[in-house]
Design a protein around this ligand. Structure first.
Ligand SMILES: Nc1ncnc2c1ncn2[C@@H]1O[C@H](COP(=O)(O)OP(=O)(O)OP(=O)(O)O)[C@@H](O)[C@H]1O
Length: 295
């Protein structure tokens, strides 16, 4: 079953085309990242899906059905940080939002536990760290135990510790079977938590699908030794060498087929080259993204 299927969604703000015929599908159980630079249309897209905005053209389904209030109640949404009361505790704040959202108050203890806030639930919100504040906002989306979460830039404005906390919570929720749809402009975040991705640029969908197949990321081998020019000459003779680049004092060798690093090492040693650095690396998601957006 598809959780969300978008078909040719377009949206304009006056003369600005914010989304152009965007279509993709979010499978159940995925952590689906909507990735794109600032202004690429991510928030607009999530706004349409959560009924805050209307698309000009195109349509979408939720749980394979036309969207309705019933479907939306199975979705927890965090588009903007909720206006929590600073002097009230985390628990009291959730009591208020549970009443507004007509969710059962009995669920509060469960969601605080998931968000790792039970021990601090009666402390004032203003005493929470940035990461705890955002975890409370995510706990808020979990009231009523929705199957799907929609989060807009969940790590935005957090310090590194907060980013790690939120990332950990998202992974934990994904493992518990929730489908998570999140907008992000952080490639690193998408790489660390997402199983699937849709890449937007200026409102246009560049690609979508599983992260590993959408962003082609070859392995490469980093090498260094005391005689870099001889190493370069030898590597250029390797039958499987594709590209070679000197970066940060090491040679990055991209091969056109699988190369065993130990065989490469002994082949070089046989030619009198003793490596002081050999590491297999993966092209970063950032490099793959830049290639994609520049094409
Ligand atoms: N209410 C609005 N009126 C006019 N233009 C808007 C409005 N909301 C968004 N835009 C414009 O539409 C484009 C897409 O904006 P949107 O916020 O959806 O992108 P985004 O990818 O979420 O960006 P960010 O990461 O900065 O939040 C931008 O150029 C933005 O300036």
């Amino acid at each position: 079953m598809s959780i969300l299927t978008l078909r040719n969604i377009s949206k304009r703000y006056g003369s600005l085309q914010a989304l152009r015929e965007v279509s993709f599908e979010v499978p159940r159980g995925s952590v689906f990242g909507i990735l794109g630079p600032n202004g690429s249309g991510k928030t607009t897209l999530l706004g349409i899906v959560t009924d805050v905005l209307k698309a000009d053209t195109g349509d979408f389904t939720l749980f394979d059905q036309l969207p309705s209030a019933t479907q939306r109640r199975q979705i927890g949404t965090l588009l903007e940080t909720p206006n929590f009361y600073h002097y009230l505790s985390g628990y009291r704040n959730l009591q208020i939002t549970a009443a507004v959202k007509q969710r059962d108050e009995k669920d509060i203890a469960r969601v605080l536990e998931i968000a790792g806030l039970s021990a601090r639930q009666h402390a004032a919100f203003k005493t929470y760290s940035l990461g705890m504040k955002q975890r409370l906002a995510i706990a808020n989306t979990l009231l009523g135990d929705p199957d799907v979460l929609i989060l807009d830039e969940p790590s935005n404005g957090l310090d590194p510790a907060g980013i790690a906390e939120v990332r950990g919570l998202i992974k934990q929720l994904a493992q518990s079977g929730k489908t998570i749809i999140m907008a992000s402009h952080l490639l690193d975040e998408v790489e660390k938590v997402c199983t699937h991705v849709a890449v937007l640029q200026k409102g246009k969908l560049l690609t979508s699908g599983p992260v590993n197949t959408v962003m082609v990321r070859e392995d490469f081998v980093e090498l260094a030794c005391n005689d870099m020019s001889r190493l370069e000459v030898l590597l250029r003779q390797h039958p499987l060498l594709g590209n070679l680049a000197l970066t940060g004092g090491v040679l990055q060798a991209f091969f056109t087929g699988a190369v065993d690093p130990s065989e490469l090492n002994s082949w070089l040693a046989g030619q009198g080259i003793w490596l002081n650095h050999l590491q297999v690396r993966r092209k970063s998601l950032e490099a793959a993204f830049l290639e994609m957006t520049q094409n």
